[in-house]
Design a protein around this ligand. Structure first.
Ligand code: FRU
Length: 549
């Protein structure tokens, strides 16, 4: 781990320089993982008109080699930008890309592209047929609100489907379904897959099947008979800049989606991450039979900072996603390949952290770390009582009851990216409340002390962890990945995730500390803690030893 100026990450995906936003077309093909992403080759800002598909390949989802851009805005149907989209593995194994082009006339249209040479193991070159666009702008959709085609899937009737976002009739955030016999002529289904009336526009729709509750394997999009399989619909809502998902039933005849447990409007659904991520996209990893999620984590420093450092935007570390035992929520967990980066380890068993305790975890460099903790609360009865209106705004509750505000059970958790004098630190913590005869667990990432630098967005993030902590014997886990400017946390076994961007001044010299703390009245036990220093992955730099399918 060397010094990484300006928050440059060591094992999160970023191009060598310049701007990136949403992930596009992630896939596993022929022993190789591909990631495409929204890329501006001309600078560190979004750059209207310039968006291209950056392209990298990996044998392990950890180390990446950068290739030339896969798509560039060079054709009449994408002259003003190649925007987000998806990959579909066609029968026979050849992949296709569906993406949004901003046409020479400034209209959003959907295009297709194929590998120039399907036997090139890296799929370096992509061809855009001249018959594009395959889906022109519909008459009832404004020119700049029609985008982000999903991975396509085959129905039992042998027709392809894709989902695409549109603002229909100027007001409704719709997810439209198009069907095709041949992947070339596409026809819109009269009914949308889903409509979110309160969300002006949704983006980047992702519909995917999940295995039975508690089963961690992923499912591909193969047509299935029967209605046993649940599906997840994820939408990115422009108004709130958040990714929402619902678990529900997809009807493959009417091509509509009904949330099972949530309301119709996506802004009332659960969030994939309660921190700062957007435009996520998943793919089925046939190599390991799992569903893997990518998502963009934007910078939260100023645009001037981004221009000065020459880059902006990272992707989250890829996560495995599956349906929780409760059948209602997703669980997310860093893919197991992260273990290949683990180097130095510190372990603890049965450490009691008393009220007011701040115990340093010595022995791992705190700028690149993977920390797993299992907390055990000896006496839940000491929890503060809960006021029902707090349910409405957990993020605000995390602001009012920050890491230094004493409570009954908690706040307890980790201080990461901390300077030795604790002037700078990012707190990731839980606070337990009593609500009638149940307990509620609040999870927060508090950035208010994350840096002494001015001009940085430093909100508290927060959400409840949907689990019965009493039934779990007062035990709750926390995992946090620290990578210079990224703090990704997984509460309650990945039921609640919070990703934050931080820019501590002290860490410019590479030295950062890690602590366990407890500001509750009662003691908290660290039943187990494992902290690993993580090595620097090879991410889009150099070219040795990268491709190991
Ligand atoms: C979010 C998004 C997409 C669009 C792309 C443009 O990922 O706004 O809707 O295709 O970025 O860069």
């Amino acid at each position: 781990s060397g010094s990484a100026p300006h928050g440059q990450t060591a094992y999160h995906f970023q191009p060598a320089k310049n701007w990136q936003n949403g992930p596009a077309g992630p896939m596993y093909h022929n022993g190789m993982y591909h990631l495409f992403y929204q890329y501006n080759p001309h600078g560190a800002t979004w750059g209207v008109g310039n968006l291209s598909w950056g392209h990298s390949v990996s044998g392990d989802l950890v180390n990446w080699a950068a290739l030339d851009a896969a798509l560039e805005p060079t054709s009449p149907f994408d002259a003003n930008g190649c925007w987000s989209g998806s990959a579909t593995i066609l029968p026979g194994g050849v992949p296709a890309i569906l993406y949004t082009g901003i046409s020479a006339d400034g209209e959003q249209v959907q295009n297709v592209a194929f590998p120039k040479n399907a036997s090139d193991p890296l799929l370096r070159e992509w061809v855009k047929p001249s018959y594009n666009p395959v889906i022109p702008l519909p008459a009832d959709v404004p020119a700049d609100f029609f985008r982000d085609p999903s991975t396509a899937w085959l129905g039992r009737d042998g027709l392809w489907r894709l989902a695409v976002s549109a603002k229909v009739g100027n007001a409704v955030g719709s997810t439209l379904i198009y069907r095709s016999k041949d992947f070339r002529l596409w026809e819109r289904n009269a009914a949308p897959l889903q409509e979110s009336r309160a969300a002006g526009m949704v983006e980047c729709p992702d519909l995917f099947p999940v295995a039975e509750p508690g089963v961690e394997e992923g499912l591909d999009h193969a047509p299935r008979t029967g209605t046993g399989v649940r599906q997840v619909l994820k939408l990115s809502a422009m108004d709130t800049f958040q990714d929402y998902y619902a678990v529900g039933r997809y009807n493959d005849t009417s091509d509509t989606f009904e949330p099972e447990d949530d309301g119709d409007d996506c802004q009332s659904w659960r969030r994939l991450d309660y921190g700062h991520v957007y435009a996520s996209k998943s793919f089925f990893d046939a190599r390991k039979n799992r569903r893997v999620l990518w998502s963009w984590a934007n910078e939260t420093d100023s645009q001037a900072d981004d221009v000065a450092k020459g880059w902006s935007g990272v992707q989250i570390f890829p996560r495995k996603v599956w349906l929780d035992n409760d059948g209602k929520q997703l669980r997310q967990w860093p893919i197991e390949e992260i273990k290949t980066l683990r180097s130095r380890k510190v372990g603890l068993l049965g450490m009691v952290v008393n009220s007011g305790g701040v115990n340093e975890i010595v022995g791992v460099a705190g700028t690149q770390a993977d920390v797993e903790v299992i907390f055990q609360i000896p006496a839940l009865e000491g929890a503060e009582s809960f006021e029902p209106n707090w349910l409405l705004d957990p993020q605000r509750l995390c602001g009012e009851k920050g890491a230094s505000v004493p409570g009954g059970v908690g706040p307890f958790g980790l201080l990461v990216m901390a300077s030795g004098d604790l002037q700078e630190h990012t707190a990731v913590f839980f606070r337990v409340f009593r609500h009638h005869d149940k307990y509620r667990v609040l999870m927060c990432t508090d950035l208010s002390r994350s840096t002494t630098r001015a001009g940085v967005y430093k909100p508290p993030y927060g959400a409840f962890v949907d689990m019965d902590i009493e039934a779990h014997g007062g035990i709750i886990s926390l995992r946090t990945l620290v990578d210079h400017s990224v703090v990704e946390s997984f509460g309650g076994g990945g039921r609640t995730c919070i990703t934050a961007r931080v820019y501590p001044e002290h860490a410019e010299n590479g030295n950062s500390h890690l602590y366990v703390f407890n500001n509750g009245t009662g003691a908290v036990k660290v039943a187990k803690l494992e902290a690993y220093e993580l090595a620097t992955a090879t991410v889009n730099v150099g070219d040795d030893g990268l491709i190991q399918p």
